[in-house]
Design a protein around this ligand. Structure first.
Ligand code: ADP
Length: 483
């Protein structure tokens, strides 16, 4: 696509798979730039050089930038397995600690998060304005989530011609709110400090930096783009988002179809596709054996892979468990998060060892084995900007049960007589995040599961869908062109 070849895009993120990942943002940052690069776009990533970053690629020193009296080295590497250059912002005093981008090794949020990410944003501004000795002047700065929110804000103050900015919201629930004294500590220009700027109810809001000052705002599904303009999902910023709706669009995330491919997946016991679905059974048996569950191909296995937090409806699920575990099913869960939720889930698994297993941890390979071995994927989220697991599930012939919200509503088609007939049904969608609604969807799924012909059709419908990045990347390209 030579038309786009001239564009230079700097993709700004706090995490990118496989370098470092805590959630869906890393998946997007690890795959969208890769696809754009394959389409001929000159796209580069910039992110902090955390201690936990893992890579097999070489890393070179590129330059040193000084802001706020602190030196930072820019190191260059590549997104593993791709040609996408990655600039790592190396500043040991902020980033060379064990833990993840947001919490320390004990799971406590970094006390200096504001300083860490404000520093990151200032460095990005230097690179954006071609003052980073990198000999590369981007046309567009694509920022993601609150950690990058100060980039559009600071760039708006530049006198020289600046690149255009896009700010993508992956989750409105995380806003980067800090006490007002933080503004002074960060030495932020007072011109940014107003209710039309980065101030939010007397606090400093990083996310507002993106929402107020970016040339375009996107979020990760059309339904979520509408939802965040309402009080239920907007966390007090709904008015501003609504005011800027002309500049706000929703683009559903794609998935990395090379990594998540049941035909070639090296993590699973037996590879399969829509024409060899019987081999999925082998993965199911492997899962049952691994977790010492009765090996039975007729009993449906439900799985859930998630951060264990309220957003994901784990509390709803806990309320359902007494009834759910009396139904003919097995349930295997992989997750990590809220300690209280972890304990409660674990207690259930001890009470029903023949039916429920809880694996408390984060394990990428296991996530693949779960997707391959399961019949049904549970995703009872209270809200879900896009969600990825319902997409992976469909690709693996695992039928998702989801709440009608955000990206889940946009990507799962409910099973009804007419959608079964016209072969569009891909899962079970329930209307409200309530115990009653979720239980009803579980029971509906069990009824359809009994009819193996219908069930197979559901699996195939999902497996045939195209959730590759190609489609979404084209939407981003169209947006870049508008700028
Ligand atoms: P979010 O970004 O809100 O956590 P998404 O569904 O968008 O939710 O993305 C979550 C990603 O993290 C998926 O790729 C999912 O498979 C993965 N994931 C979440 N928890 C775990 C876990 N415990 N082990 C392995 N992968 C996980």
């Amino acid at each position: 696509m030579p038309k786009f070849a001239m564009r230079k895009i700097l993709f700004v993120t706090s995490e990118a798979h496989p370098l470092i990942k805590t959630g869906g943002l890393a998946d997007v940052a690890g795959s969208l730039p890769k696809v754009l690069n394959e389409m001929g776009v000159d796209v580069r990533l910039i992110m902090p050089n955390y201690q936990a970053i893992k890579t097999t690629e070489e890393i070179y020193y590129k330059s040193t930038i000084r802001v706020n009296n602190i030196n930072a080295h820019i190191l260059e590497t590549r997104l593993p397995g791709t040609k996408v250059p990655v600039w790592l912002l190396d500043c040991p005093e902020f980033f060379d600690y064990p833990g993840n981008p947001y919490v320390d090794e004990l799971g406590k949020p970094w006390l200096n998060s504001a300083q860490r990410f404000a520093f990151f944003c200032r460095i990005v501004v230097e690179v954006a304005m071609n003052r980073g000795y990198l000999e590369w002047r981007p046309d567009i700065i694509h920022c993601n989530d609150w950690q990058t929110g100060l980039v559009p804000a600071l760039l708006s103050l530049e006198k020289d011609l600046r690149p255009a900015t896009i700010f993508t919201i992956h989750n409105m629930a995380y806003q980067g709110l800090f006490p007002k004294e933080t503004r002074v500590m960060l030495n932020l220009p007072s011109r940014l400090w107003s209710s039309n700027g980065v101030e939010f109810n007397g606090m400093l809001s990083f996310i507002k930096g993106g929402i107020v000052y970016a040339d375009r705002i996107t979020t990760v599904s059309p339904t979520y783009a509408n939802e965040i303009q309402t009080a239920d999902f907007g966390y007090g910023v709904e008015g501003l988002l609504s005011y800027r709706q002309e500049y706000l669009t929703g683009i559903v995330n794609g998935i990395d179809v090379d990594q998540w491919n049941p035909q070639t997946d090296t993590n699973i016991s037996a590879c399969y596709d829509a024409t060899s679905l019987h081999k999925k059974q082998l993965n199911k048996a492997a899962l049952q054996i691994k977790y010492a569950l009765p090996v039975d191909k007729n009993i449906p296995i439900f799985v859930l892979i998630s951060r264990l937090v309220e957003q994901k409806g784990i509390d709803l699920l806990l309320e359902c468990l007494p009834e759910m575990l009396n139904l003919p099913l097995q349930f295997v869960l992989l997750g990590k998060g809220d300690k209280l939720l972890e304990q409660q889930l674990f207690r259930f698994s001890k009470k029903y060892p023949e039916k429920m297993v809880v694996n408390l941890g984060y394990d990428e390979a296991l996530a693949h084995q779960f997707e391959a071995g399961a019949d049904i994927f549970l995703m009872p989220s209270r809200f879900e900007p896009c969600g990825l697991n319902q997409l992976y599930s469909q690709r693996y012939g695992t039928v998702p049960i989801v709440t009608r919200t955000g990206g889940l509503a946009d990507t799962v088609v409910d099973t009804l007589p007419e959608t079964l007939k016209n072969k569009t049904a891909t899962g079970f969608v329930f209307n409200a995040p309530t115990v009653g609604s979720l239980m009803e969807a579980i029971k509906r799924a069990l009824i359809v599961y009994e009819n193996s012909k219908d069930w197979k059709q559901l699996q195939i419908n999902g497996m045939k869908k195209d959730y590759s990045w190609n489609r979404s990347a084209k939407e981003y390209l169209a947006l870049y062109e508008k700028l």
